[in-house]
Each structure stands twice: as structure tokens, then as C-alpha cells.
Write a protein that binds this ligand. Structure first.
Ligand code: DLL
Length: 431
């Protein structure tokens, strides 16, 4: 069995706990001393850095949520001088204020290490050709896996997303062995490779797929279409990006890099920590980040944590595949979309807030349609005017969300009204 950092990945529970306690104490002190907002939040909660002496004291700390991060935009949670920051990344699709995450060089090195661990767990080493077609830029997917592959010393293809023909060409010509992208793009690539009759020309052996939910059925399908083993990888921009946790040869959940992030499962309604094995909301505390330490950050992702021994030999706790979210965030083609963003655009453009978002997965690709009611005044527009309206709305949505929906304008009152909570989303994907 290969590990990138065996001393951490296979550490005894006692050793890991001691390390976590030491790092937690340091992180809380660092956050408190460097960030006035942490002093304010902790002060309100009646907790001081001296109250945190080990992992057992974690629950004394208040939670942070995405709104706190938006409020803190852009610099209010930055914990080092700006001159120490070497990079930012940002979440896709958030209303108005985005969440910006900051990194020092040491933060980037640790993130790269997390992704290198994931590549090794998927059977990679320096002789591999790592084909990264997650997006590059503000999204963490491309930079994260790219960094991990560099750290491992593998030949890295920074392909970014899109241009499927070129992806396949490079894959064949350069002999890519490990594919990193969203599972839906992997399935689309697989279909295109088969349709072109090029299945025999590829040398892929493994895939590292994440950033969106995918089922066991989809895993099996991608594996058989490409003749590879497909591994899940999880992460979020706020905490670092991909590599917060990663799957190993057992393929039964993702090992959390516990020397860098402490996971907890809480009851999303009461905030009470739940025992191992319970299903609930995943919360992370970063314990080695310099620029953007986060204490008890509520991810809104639902899953289960387990310490059952793993056949790969890693002792890092495992999280199950995600089982949903506590909020209404949709992930469409790897991009985070909130219905509230769509509503904002509609109101800005003079429409009523009567709309329906219809998401499906056809041939492994997410389809995304927004049905919007015309106002009675607009209804008398000519067909040409209506088609122009649709085009303008697609452009406004693309600019807000980062992806283009199909927009269908419908007659006033054509969308069914609900007596209770409005039904805004129909998600037909089976994931
Ligand atoms: O999606 C980071 C990432 C990039 C992870 C590449 C894996 C691979 P965000 O854009 O901030 O970051 O979105 C984070 O995406 O809270 C989950 O809801 C969802 N998500 C991430 N990985 C998975 C996964 C990146 N493996 C949000 N399965 C998270 C299901 C996932 N959902």
C-alpha cells in the first residue's frame, strides 16, 4: 500500500488526537489575536482562547456559517498581513458578496499535500500523467489537483474544463493515466471517447472525481466505460478546496485529512454534536491554516462519519458520500447555484418572482432550465421581442451564476401556485 505521508495517514488515534489538540489551541489563539471579528464572535459567546485546551473543548466554540463569511467580505477574516497572502480562491455562484478564501505559501503547500495524498490513494505516483480538467481560476478544483500532482512529481496536464475533442486528443497522445474532473464530465468524456471509437487508445487507470454528488451506479458506469477505478474527492473553498477528504482503494467513503481539519457531525436544528455513526451536518475546524483559519464552520453538507478500520491501513476518519444539504443550494455542472440568485436576476430584469427551476441529468450531463412567467404587460410583446427577452435573461443569468440555463418564458399564471412553501425547484437527477 502506498501513502504520501504515512506518519499522518496511518497515525495512531492517540498521536492524532494529541496533534489535533496542539494545533487547535494554536489556531484558536492565532484567530483570536489576529482577527477582531473572531474576538467579537468569541466574546459574544463567552469563550476565550484559554478555555480551549484540547479537542474536547471544541464544542465550547461558536459556529461560523456562510453568511458570516459573506459579511466578512473581503478582508474581515484574514488572519495574516496582506503581504503574506500569495493567492485567493473564491466560491462559485454566491449572491452579491462572494466568499473569498486566502492562502499563504504554507497554506498552499498543505493544500497541495492533501491533494497529493488523494492522488496516491488513487494509485498514483510520479510516473503517472495526471490530466486535470476541473476548471482553473477562482474555482479550487483545477489549482488543487494541479498542485497535488506537482507535489507528487507527476506530469501534470493543466487542461481546465471544456473542449472535449482536445481533451481526448491530449489524453491519447500524451498517455494520461489519471483523470481529474467532475463525475458528470467524466461520464460525458467517456461517452465521447466511446463514440469516437477511441477506447483502445487511452491509457487511463484511475479517476478522481468530486465537486458534486454522484451515485454508486454512476461510479460503476464510469468505471466500466473507461476501464478505470473511480475515486471520490471532497472539499470546499472555505476550508481549502478539494482534498479535505479523499477515497482510498476500499472505495467506501472518504478519509478526512484530520491533521489539518477536525470534522464534527451536528444536529442541524439544535447544533448539538452527534455521536460517530449519526447522520447530520458536517462541521469543520481548520487547525493548520494561517491566512484563513475557520473555527467550527457549518458546511451544510449532510453525511455520516465512521472510525471503522479501513483495509487500506489509513487511520484517518472516513466520511460517507454526501447525503444532501441542509439548504437549497443546487450543484449544476459543478457550479453552486442558489434559487435566491435566480430570483434576484428576475426581479432586477423586471419579472415577477414566479419561476420554476428544472434540473435533470441526460446522458450524464446536467440540464438546467428556468421557466419564468411573463408579466401581463410583456405578454403582448411580439414573438421577436420575447425571443430577445429570453436571450437577455440567459445572459444575465450567466453573468450571475457562471453557467447558462435554458430560459423558457411562459404565460402569466402558467406556473402552478402553491398553498404552502412555493416549489421553486424540480430536481429530477437520481443522485
Ligand atoms: O467543489 C471543491 C472541489 C473541487 C471538491 C474539486 C472536489 C473536487 P466549492 O465550489 O466551494 O468547492 O463547493 C463545495 O460542493 O460543500 C459540497 O456540497 C459539494 N461537493 C464537493 N465535493 C463533493 C463530493 C468544491 N465529492 C460544495 N460529493 C460542498 C458531493 C461535493 N458533493
Amino acid at each position: 500500500m502506498q501513502y504520501f505521508t504515512p506518519d499522518m495517514e496511518c497515525a495512531s488515534p492517540e498521536k492524532m488526537r494529541a496533534l489535533q489538540s496542539e494545533r487547535l489551541v494554536k489556531t484558536v489563539r492565532h484567530a483570536y489575536d489576529s482577527v477582531p471579528l473572531y474576538r467579537e464572535i468569541m466574546g459574544k459567546h463567552g469563550v476565550a482562547p484559554d478555555d480551549i485546551r484540547s479537542v474536547d473543548d471544541l464544542r465550547k466554540l461558536p459556529f461560523l456559517c456562510k453568511d458570516d463569511l459573506r459579511e466578512a467580505y473581503p478582508y474581515k477574516l484574514l488572519a495574516v498581513p496582506r503581504s503574506e497572502v500569495v493567492r485567493i480562491q473564491s466560491t462559485s455562484g454566491t449572491t452579491g458578496k462572494r466568499v473569498v478564501a486566502f492562502y499563504t505559501q504554507s497554506d498552499i503547500d498543505k493544500w497541495d499535500e492533501c491533494c497529493a495524498r488523494a492522488i496516491v490513494a488513487a494509485g498514483g505516483d510520479k510516473d503517472d500523467v495526471v490530466h486535470v480538467c476541473y476548471g482553473y481560476g477562482l474555482f479550487t478544483g483545477g489549482p488543487g489537483l494541479n498542485g497535488g500532482s506537482h507535489m507528487l512529481g507527476s506530469m501534470t496536464l493543466p487542461m481546465s474544463s471544456g473542449n472535449t475533442d482536445r481533451q481526448i486528443q491530449f489524453m491519447c497522445d500524451l498517455g494520461s493515466t489519471i483523470l481529474c474532473c467532475t463525475p458528470s464530465y467524466a461520464a460525458y468524456l467517456a461517452e465521447s471517447i466511446i463514440a469516437k471509437g477511441m477506447r483502445d487508445k487511452i491509457s487511463l487507470k484511475a479517476g478522481i472525481f468530486g465537486a458534486e454528488a454522484w451515485s454508486e451506479e454512476m461510479r460503476r458506469e464510469i468505471e466500466s466505460m473507461l476501464g478505470i477505478r473511480a475515486y471520490d474527492i471532497y472539499g470546499l473553498t472555505e476550508i481549502t478546496g478539494p482534498g479535505v477528504s479523499f477515497e482510498c482503494s476500499e472505495q467506501t467513503g472518504m478519509h478526512v485529512n484530520e491533521d489539518y481539519f477536525i470534522p464534527e457531525i451536528i444536529d442541524p436544528d439544535t447544533g448539538e454534536p452527534l455521536p460517530e455513526g449519526s447522520r447530520g451536518e458536517l462541521v469543520f475546524t481548520t487547525i493548520a491554516k494561517e491566512a484563513f483559519p475557520l473555527l467550527r464552520y457549518r458546511t451544510r453538507d449532510i453525511c455520516v462519519l465512521s472510525r471503522k478500520p479501513c483495509s487500506c491501513g489509513r487511520t484517518l476518519i472516513k466520511m460517507s458520500k454526501l447525503m444532501g444539504r441542509t439548504d437549497d443550494m443546487l450543484i449544476i455542472r459543478g457550479v453552486n447555484v442558489f434559487p435566491s440568485q435566480i430570483e434576484t436576476v428576475l426581479l432586477q430584469e423586471g419579472y415577477s418572482p414566479n419561476y420554476l427551476i428544472v434540473v435533470d441529468r441526460i446522458n450524464h450531463t446536467d440540464t438546467f432550465e428556468i421557466q419564468v412567467e411573463l408579466t401581463p404587460e410583456m405578454f403582448s410583446d411580439t414573438v421577436k421581442q420575447i425571443s430577445r427577452r429570453e436571450k437577455n435573461l440567459v445572459a444575465a443569468m450567466r453573468s450571475m451564476l457562471g453557467i447558462s440555463p435554458k430560459v423558457s418564458l411562459v404565460a402569466p399564471r402558467a406556473i402552478a401556485r402553491s398553498e404552502g412553501k412555493a416549489v421553486r425547484v424540480i430536481d429530477k437527477r437520481k443522485i
